[in-house]
Design a protein. Structure first.
Length: 356
């Protein structure tokens, strides 16, 4: 296949590109605007591969999208380009509306114009894979809110949408647009909703890389509220494998939830990072001494948890990493890639708090 990947210089997108180039015979057209979170250094290992092409294009630029489609003739689109940080969406929601909603609409319309000109056979083979988040579902009951013998619910593919933040509302909007373009225009779409990703090449505004880098520099490790918010953690390379499996074998019109089967409280995540660092980079005092608790973010969801049985049963996908093995790999990567960390932050972000 020749696959057009939007946002391929971002965290999850670059993992998808690396996976496709390294593990398949498919080609990739990477379309990325290169905002603060997009970094071509994350793709250094594939940039010279003859099956890889980079196009610096904003998905809101219809003319450039039309050119890319006409020039490269993809047989599938994997749409990952998005503004994705909740705190940033609280501080400035307009970028999220523009990229996640207007950008998705523009990409859908460019796709529709391209798809309408394909042969009947090519139309049938084409796929538009929209990558979204579990945050569109809102949040779930927390263990301290229910009786101890109550079975806690999980997000399924039919869970109603109830987004809480400007970020999740913009992603919910994009999900609805994509499904409408199937129902109204017949574009062969597939949607996936994933849990919290972590792993190498993660921009350090997110919890795990932020804590790793702050810990190594002796800075405080800020935790929102009591740190009892629960997330389901998914190693990014496991996610990349799942996404490729969906675009290549998933059923048109279906939604697949992708999770890591790792429900952890934020405080537990930070404490685990500290324990691993105590082993790998020991110092006089435990890293956990750097933990502080700060005022919670507005509208903070308390618990997310994915039921990933559908993709397991129908597409035979399972995560390969446990939280412990994935987290250790992640920490070791950051320890040996300090130059990458420095470059992605220069002039853009110094790990200050956002979303107050």
């Amino acid at each position: 296949m020749k696959i057009l990947v939007t946002g391929g210089a971002g965290f999850i997108g670059s993992a998808v590109v690396r996976h496709i180039i390294k593990n398949t015979q498919d080609s990739v057209i990477n379309v990325d605007k290169l905002t603060y979170a997009g970094n071509l250094e994350s793709l250094a290992c594939v940039e010279k591969n003859e099956r890889y092409v980079f196009e610096q294009v904003d998905i809101c630029d219809r003319a450039e999208l039309d050119r890319v489609f006409a020039q490269h003739q993809p047989v599938a689109v994997m749409h990952l380009a998005a503004e994705s940080h909740v705190d940033r969406s609280i501080t400035g929601p307009s970028d999220f509306i523009q990229t996640n909603i207007v950008g998705t609409y523009t990409l859908l319309e460019a796709t529709r114009a391209y798809w309408n000109e394909l042969s009947a056979e090519a139309k049938k083979a084409f796929r538009f894979h929209h990558i979204s988040t579990d945050e569109v579902y809102g949040d779930l009951p927390h263990p301290d809110e229910v009786a101890s013998d109550t079975k806690l619910p999980l997000f399924t593919e039919t869970t109603s949408y109830a987004p809480s933040s400007p970020y999740s509302a913009s992603k919910a909007s994009s999900d609805h647009l994509v499904r409408a373009w199937l129902r109204t225009y017949g574009i062969p779409i597939i949607v996936t909703n994933c849990s919290n990703n972590y792993g190498p090449y993660h921009f350090p505004e997110k919890l795990i890389p932020l804590v790793i880098l702050n810990a190594l520099e002796g800075k405080v490790l800020p935790i929102y509220g009591k740190g009892d918010q629960i997330r389901d953690w998914l190693y990014v390379e496991d996610h990349a494998r799942a996404l490729y499996k969906v675009v290549s074998t998933g059923k048109v019109g279906e939604t697949y939830n992708i999770g890591g089967h790792n429900e952890k409280q934020n405080l537990e995540v930070v404490q685990t990072i500290c324990k691993i660092l105590d082993t790998l980079v020991p110092k006089e005092n435990p890293y956990a001494d750097q933990i502080i608790f700060v005022t919670d973010r507005p509208g903070h969801d308390r618990r997310y948890a994915i039921d990933a049985m559908k993709i397991s049963n129908q597409l035979n996908w399972q995560p390969e990493e446990t939280f412990e093995t994935g987290l250790r790999k992640t920490i070791e990567w950051y320890l040996t890639n300090q130059e990458w960390c420095k470059h992605v932050q220069d002039g853009t972000y110094q790990r200050e708090r956002l979303g107050i």
